[in-house]
Design a binder for this molecule. Structure first.
Ligand SMILES: NC(=O)C1=CN([C@@H]2O[C@H](COP(=O)(O)OP(=O)(O)OC[C@H]3O[C@@H](n4cnc5c(N)ncnc54)[C@H](OP(=O)(O)O)[C@@H]3O)[C@@H](O)[C@H]2O)C=CC1
Ligand SMILES: CC(C)(CO)C(=O)C(=O)O
Length: 297
């Protein structure tokens, strides 16, 4: 099996490590030559600390187009990456794993080949350019599709215990389920500067978490078969020792994924005539934090 992983951050490194561990041919497309060199000396995954062999380059023209390309950059990096991919003479198959829902419409602006979507419920943190820490286990849910069915089947078989893969039919439902989970976990952890598990362990934070979940779930009753309060709690418990991707962005002074997660969900709620004052307050607070703390925004 051949894969290109676009972006060697927390999730790109995590997914690449499992694929390489099971003898897939994995090439990372990164933007710094220094990182490409580090990765060529092996990708390390903690806590096991085993090293896996991968290839890496900064040059898009060196990448195989007969591979599945897993797009593992953040939402705000998609325009740069997709402009380059859409200019390729042969279009590879793409799998988007971003949190949020903004990319569903964004990608329509580019002329791409076959695209699929997935959501990731693992917790992961990049330690350095070639080392990732697997901080919490959850499924990768991929939207079923015939074109990449053999690859999905292979992925399902490699390590169901630690790298479970499930499939779903409806992309919008799948992404929506995950964005509601992220609305419940990411903004509070980023604002309070706490790891995910403290939303359950600290009674005051737990109260806020419950209130936010109630607000979200009551606005999306049509999702009650797909997502319950205990499902959100389970993701939080399984990733208890992870810092959410939004908190990591805040700590590093990077742009937080507010637009594709909070703003997009608030827009849906407004369109339905619903109300979400708690989520609205979190959006405003995080936009303010982004404004004063994010270096490049
Ligand atoms: N971290 C987590 O636990 C989880 C994250 N997610 C989602 O997964 C997605 C990825 O997040 P995460 O892995 O945490 O993000 P990271 O910030 O850790 O990684 C993003 C990577 O993209 C790279 N990148 C940015 N621009 C480009 C470019 N133009 N070309 C090539 N590479 C580029 C960055 O490179 P550089 O290092 O050079 O800046 C970085 O390595 C997000 O949508 C996130 O919400 C989902 C579930 C859990
Ligand atoms: C699954 C979870 C909540 C893990 O922290 C995540 O999606 C994120 O951090 O963005």
């Amino acid at each position: 099996m051949r894969f290109v992983v676009v972006g060697a951050g927390s999730i790109g490194l995590l997914i690449g490590s499992y694929l390489a561990q099971h003898q897939a041919n994995v090439t990372f497309w990164v933007r710094r030559e220094e990182q490409a060199e580090h990765l060529r000396s092996g990708l390390v995954r903690r806590p096991e600390n085993f090293t896996y062999e991968v290839d890496s380059t900064i040059h898009i023209e060196e990448l195989p187009t007969d591979a599945l390309w897993i797009i593992a950059v953040k939402y705000d990096a998609l325009p740069v990456v997709l402009s380059e991919i859409s200019a390729l003479p042969v279009q590879p198959d793409l799998l988007f794993i971003q949190n949020g829902i903004g990319h569903l419409s964004l990608i329509k602006q580019y002329s791409l080949g076959h695209v699929s979507f997935a959501t990731v419920e693992h917790g992961a943190a990049r330690i350095d350019d070639r080392t990732v820490s697997h901080n919490g286990m959850g499924p990768i849910n991929i939207v079923e599709n015939d074109r990449i069915a053999p690859i999905i089947q292979w992925m399902q078989e490699i390590d169901p215990q630690n790298f479970p893969i499930t499939t779903q039919q409806n992309a919008k439902q799948l992404l929506f389920r995950k964005v509601l989970i992220n609305c419940a976990i990411n903004p509070l952890t980023a604002l309070l500067e706490i790891r995910n598990g403290l939303l359950l362990e600290n009674p005051y934070f737990h109260l806020l978490f419950r209130q936010l979940c109630e607000e979200l779930l009551s606005n999306f009753e049509e999702y009650s078969d797909l997502l319950s309060y205990s499902d959100i709690e389970e993701v939080c418990r399984k990733t208890a020792y992870n810092q959410s991707s939004m908190l990591v962005d805040r700590i590093k002074g990077r742009n937080m994924e507010i637009e594709t997660i909070l703003t997009a969900v608030l827009k849906e709620i407004n369109q339905k005539g619903g109300r979400a004052p708690f989520l609205q307050m979190l959006e405003t607070a995080l936009l303010g934090i982004n404004r004063s703390e994010c270096g490049g925004c």
